[in-house]
Design a protein around this ligand. Structure first.
Ligand code: S3P
Length: 429
């Protein structure tokens, strides 16, 4: 049988940005009056935030991409535990919101989320005066908010979730907060605060929120597509053997575009066209052509700008000429799975040389077709990254499961099929 030549083609639109969707729903629930949000991610994680906010008294219509309305009000004590599902962003940002509320609430989550560290958030919130009862460094835990004091905090990790939790605590507790972090993490919270006229500013890398007497106004916002989801389609197009792909409506906030910077260094052709602004966030369409890649070094300073794209970049590195190293990616051990070990182990299982050295990840490129089984550990980004690897010629990649993609990209497999000009089967399915 002649080898199949994988040609990509057409146009694809990634789902709404997960980080912005969480923040928009949360801020709308805190605002006075009715807000309209369009382009929201309909994935499970955002549904977790909406469910928790409804338990706290917010009225939120069904989460759909075309539009969601949120009627904000004063939050009320929940009747039962707040289940955050698989979503670290829900748990950590809600802790910030709850720190300023005069009632107790217990948060929990699925087995993956219960294993993830929460002290990075509970420590600063306790310093602000929140009363938090925790059994270890994780969920379940009970928070009783109330009267808070201001905080100046130097975070040991570059984490937008930590930063945002503190900003939300400042907002709901009406106290000033200032945060510095080792490297700048994604700044969607800051941008939304600025968009709503809330007192936020940055000086020499320190982010400060200064409360004003005003309540949060209701707002309308259109959420751009998620670059972290777009990255999988971009990667599939880069690995194809011909054609071109347009990925429309992608958020290109510079705190998130590290994947594009690294792809360019590796030799990929990804052009940003039709640059525009949506609710304080830069948005573009990405025009992608297949390319031969070479290995690169991804520095520690770049990691926060591509932290969720390491799985897909590692997969691309396995198809590049030479070796690639990702410096200081220890944080990947505490994502939805131990992503660091699982990326390396799964690549090895497919015949790729990959190893974890301290906190660095090294991947050697190969031309051999990847063949074998991938353990996703129900981690959506591992499932999608390895499904993309399963599209290369001669590949036979079997995923342990596929359902986890619903967390951030429910239509992932449909889109992956669609982008091939000539329909092909990819063995990952
Ligand atoms: C997120 C921040 C990042 C990222 C996660 C979403 C956010 O986590 O990995 O997918 O929306 O703030 P950390 O804050 O733990 O780096």
């Amino acid at each position: 049988m002649a080898p199949k030549v994988l040609r990509v083609g057409g146009v694809v639109r990634p789902p709404g940005d997960k980080s912005i969707s969480h923040r928009a729903v949360m801020l709308a629930a805190l605002a006075r009056g009715k807000s309209e949000l369009s382009g929201l991610l309909t994935g499970d994680d955002v549904k977790s935030s909406a469910r928790v906010l409804r338990q706290l008294g917010a009225e939120i219509s069904r989460i759909q991409e075309s539009g969601v309305w949120v009627s904000g009000s004063r939050l009320q004590a929940p009747g039962s535990r707040l289940h955050c599902g698989n979503s670290g962003t829900t748990a950590r940002l809600m802790l910030g919101i709850l720190a300023g509320q005069k009632f107790a609430a217990t948060l929990t989550g699925d087995a993956s989320l219960r294993r993830r560290p929460m002290r990075r958030v509970t420590e600063p919130l306790k310093q602000m005066g929140a009363d938090i009862k925790e059994r270890g460094d994780g969920l379940p835990l009970t928070i009783r908010g109330g009267k808070l004091r201001g905080l100046t905090y130097s975070s040991p990790v570059a984490s937008a979730q930590v930063k945002s939790a503190i900003l939300f605590a400042g907002l709901t507790g009406q106290v000033p907060v200032t945060i510095t972090e080792p490297y700048r993490s994604r700044d969607h919270t800051e941008r939304l605060f600025a968009h709503l006229g809330l007192g936020i500013h940055e000086r020499n890398g320190a982010i400060s929120y200064q409360p004003s007497a005003l309540s949060i106004p209701s707002f309308n916002v259109s959420v751009p597509g998620d670059i972290s989801s777009a990255a999988f389609m971009v990667a599939a197009a880069v690995l194809a053997e011909g054609g071109e792909l347009l990925v429309e409506n992608v958020g290109v906030n510079p705190t998130r575009t590290g994947v594009l910077v690294v792809l360019k260094r590796m030799g990929a052709h990804v052009e940003r066209i039709n640059l525009r602004d949506e609710g304080g966030e830069p948005v573009a369409d990405l025009f992608v052509r297949p390319a031969a890649l070479s290995g690169t070094e991804v520095s520690a300073a770049e990691i926060p700008t591509l932290v969720d794209e390491v799985p897909v970049l590692a997969v691309l590195a396995s198809r590049a000429r030479g070796s690639t190293v990702f410096r200081e990616v220890g944080e990947l051990r505490v994502k939805e799975s131990n992503r660091l070990e699982l990326i390396a182990a799964n690549l090895r299982g497919l015949g790729v040389r990959a190893q974890v050295l301290g906190n660095d990840l090294q991947v050697e490129g190969t031309e051999k077709a990847p063949r074998g089984r991938v353990e996703t550990a129900k981690d959506h980004r591992l499932a999608m990254a390895f499904a993309v690897l399963g599209t290369v010629d001669g590949a036979n990649v079997k995923l342990s499961e596929q359902k986890s993609v619903a967390v951030s990209y429910p239509e992932f497999f449909r889109d992956l099929d669609r982008i091939y000009a000539r329909r092909t089967t990819h063995d990952a399915r």
